[in-house]
Write a protein that binds this ligand. Structure first.
Ligand code: V47
Length: 368
């Protein structure tokens, strides 16, 4: 540990072998201190959050990933798909919650800043419907920023539309897409991917969509699903691939480690431990030295562990969320929504400065 510690403190880049050694270590306090040091160099004492809302337009999916409890086949019990009207009505209804103010007669004001849209790969929806979702939201909520569609969905849209990935992304951007979330990355190791989600876009395909998005001027996030069947070496391999791509494009805004939830899934298994969650946040912060932000996603870590993760290298806690379906289908132990005030309190009580941000990490309000 001492050699690695010296390397980190002198700002040198970690190798694959060193990162694996960190995962094998049980000294989480040293890991936390080192990751905190690295996080402070990037973001000082700031912790970011956003007033956001999740919309999942459909859970009908042509793929059946074995870790996913959210998806349904067409016609299966619990399958749903939303019309444009339903999407807009849902956004309007949620607005008063995010603002912390009473609803004002159904007025379409936009006190939340971002809508996060992801869903299943619907067998019948044409590409035009996805364009309409984006443009219709922009029309009703012009100030709302749209973070939408995983790399997996983008590749699917490219296939159904016959357009290149670049043209698919450009069309979505023209209709109002602002940024992209980091889902669908899972774990890049192809053997594990074959076991978990054989029908899904390959890791090479995922990285290619992200590189193309960055070339098209769309900022994205990146994720890693951990705590299922993968080894530490496979986690590190995943982080290395992201670090390499970020080195070439600089297009990733944040990295989010996603803790596997086992309920109602085909592979089953158990929840990750708190120790593993903190370790994974800390090592991500240390390895991904070219990422500005590491997010502790409170929906998956729970409110209190997510707060603790702010002392282990995370500088972002996501947002208000309001209605989360993917993790909750798989047995999330967290609540479903937080107000901006609750998020600020969580951050302040960790000794950090809450900073309300937009989708591009522009600072809207700093609560010194
Ligand atoms: O891609 C699916 C994961 C992801 C399970 O970019 C599961 O800001 C745990 O990507 N247990 C979608 N995870 C969520 C996602 C995300 C969330 C918050 C913020 C951002 C961002 C992105 O959820 C999927 C998959 O990797 N997932 N099933 C499960 N059982």
């Amino acid at each position: 540990m001492q050699g690695i510690k010296d390397k980190i403190l002198s700002g040198k880049r970690l190798t694959k072998e060193e990162a694996i050694r960190l995962f094998e270590s049980d000294d989480i306090f040293t890991l936390g201190k080192l990751a905190s040091h690295a996080a402070k160099k990037k973001n000082g004492n700031k912790t970011y959050f956003i007033r956001n809302i999740h919309i999942n337009p459909t859970n009908i999916c042509v793929n059946r990933c074995k870790f996913c409890a959210f998806s349904r086949s067409k016609g299966e019990e619990g399958a749903y798909q939303m019309t444009l009207d339903e999407i807009i009505r849902k956004l309007s209804a949620f607005n008063s919650f995010a603002s912390g103010e009473p609803a004002r007669g159904g007025q379409l004001s936009t006190s939340f800043k971002e809508v996060h849209i992801v869903g299943g790969l619907h067998p019948d929806w044409p590409f035009e419907y996805y364009l309409e979702i984006v443009s219709s939201i922009k029309k009703h909520f012009p100030k709302l920023q749209i973070k939408a569609f995983t790399a997996t969905e983008i590749e699917y849209m490219s296939r159904i539309s016959g357009k290149s990935v670049f043209d698919t992304l450009t069309a979505l951007k023209k209709h109002g897409l602002d940024t992209m979330p980091g889902g669908g990355a899972e774990i890049f190791d192809e053997n594990v991917r074959d076991r978990l989600c054989p029908e899904k876009l390959s890791s090479e395909g995922w990285l290619n969509v992200m590189e193309t998005a960055h070339k098209a001027g769309i900022k994205t996030n990146a994720t890693m699903l951990y705590g299922h069947v993968e080894t530490y070496a496979q986690r590190v391999d995943h982080l290395m691939k992201l670090r390499e791509l970020q080195g070439r494009t600089g297009g990733f805004q944040a990295f989010i480690p996603l803790a596997y939830h086992p309920k109602n899934t085909e592979i089953g298994g158990s929840y990750s431990s708190g120790i593993d969650d903190l370790k994974t946040i800390a090592i991500s912060r240390l390895v991904l030295d070219n990422f500005t932000h590491i997010k502790s996603y409170w929906i998956m870590l729970g409110e209190k562990l997510s707060q603790l993760a702010l002392l282990f290298g995370a500088d972002d806690i996501d947002g208000t969320i309001i209605e989360e379906k993917i993790t909750h289908s798989a047995g999330a132990l967290s609540g479903n929504a937080m107000t901006a005030e609750q998020l600020k309190n969580l951050i302040k009580k960790a000794g950090k400065v809450p900073v309300e941000r937009d989708s591009f990490y522009r600072e809207l309000r700093v609560n010194e």
